[in-house]
Design a binder for this molecule. Structure first.
Ligand code: UTP
Length: 292
């Protein structure tokens, strides 16, 4: 917990993070028409849907309570993490049974809860909607359309390690080129340790001339529950949406937010180019090697 944050109402062990929020209510317009009747998070990268990669990453960091903020047309996500008795019965004892082993393991290890975002009022609003499921605990956030592949610790585990020793909210960042900077939230910060910055400023999707650095926020966060209070008082910003970046900046000003240049690769699977790149990478480096 940062210096000026109020103490939590109930004294839980705040070094333990159990919950991971998945805001999955977005329309995924960049993938139309594929996303007209199916959630973007169910798009497969080779043979696994994006959301499964995200949940596996949360589990790898010990976050086994998975909280979905869904919307209309997203039922397939809940069905996917449920047992499929008929299918499992059909292929039991055959050579095809192995294809279900990874999802069955996820279903065994994780617990799932869901709530719905009534209107698409932005990522900040989606996270505030998730307060009902998260409560007054620190929690992870995974944007499943950002696919992160690492050799060692997953990105969520890298953030969790920093959270456990600092107690501060931590966000994952990466360096991006000038052409891409206006697609991201961008931070300014003071480097306190190699790759670890104390955030001093943050701008959502800046023009290149206004960008405070080339350090862009990607879809992995660990947040303290005080963020909910800040989101409640965050007016709609760019595009009339409640921006998480605005609330994070308030948190950085009233308390301390860290940004970590994670180790690994990140693919923007919300865009067609990033999705194709991810598919090729996973096929060559994971699928063909049998590590799926
Ligand atoms: P995006 O900016 O990628 O929006 O949201 P989107 O609607 O999913 O996709 P495009 O831009 O129309 O193609 C980032 C993340 O925030 C979630 C999305 O599901 C995605 O994981 N989100 C966004 C919500 O849950 N609710 C919202 O109101 C907005």
């Amino acid at each position: 917990m940062g210096a000026n944050e109020p103490p939590p109402a109930n004294e839980k062990d705040l070094s333990v993070i159990k919950k991971c929020l998945f805001p999955v209510a977005g329309y995924g317009t960049r993938f139309l028409p594929a996303t007209k009747a199916m959630p973007k998070e169910m798009l497969p990268v080779v043979n696994k849907p994006l959301v499964q990669y995200g949940v596996e990453e949360a589990l790898s960091a010990g976050l086994d309570e998975i909280c979905f903020v869904t919307g209309r047309g997203k039922r397939a996500i809940n069905d996917f993490f449920d047992t499929s008795y008929e299918l499992e019965h059909q292929i039991a004892g055959t050579s095809k049974e192995k294809y279900l082993s990874s999802i069955k393991e996820v279903i065994t290890r994780a617990k799932f809860t869901t709530t719905r975002q009534s209107e698409m009022k932005g990522l900040g609003h989606a996270i505030l909607t998730g307060e009902l499921l998260v409560g007054q605990e620190p929690f992870g956030v995974v944007l499943a359309d950002d696919l992160c592949i690492t050799e060692g610790d997953s990105v969520m585990e890298q953030l969790a390690k920093i959270y456990r020793r600092t107690g501060c909210s931590v966000i994952a960042i990466q360096e991006v080129g000038d052409d891409d900077i206006s697609k991201f939230g961008v931070i300014a910060g003071v480097e306190e340790e190699p790759g670890l910055y104390r955030v001093t400023d943050m701008i959502e999707k800046p023009d290149l001339a206004d960008a405070p650095s080339n350090l862009a926020i990607i879809g992995r966060y660990i947040l303290t529950p005080f963020i909910f209070e800040l989101l409640r008082h965050t007016p709609p910003g760019k595009n009339g949406e409640v921006q998480l970046t605005d609330a994070l900046l308030s948190l950085a000003k009233s308390s301390k937010v860290l940004a970590y240049k994670f180790t690994g690769k990140r693919f923007d699977c919300g865009s067609v180019d990033g999705y194709v790149e991810a598919t090729n990478y996973v096929y060559e480096n994971i699928y063909l090697k049998g590590e799926h």
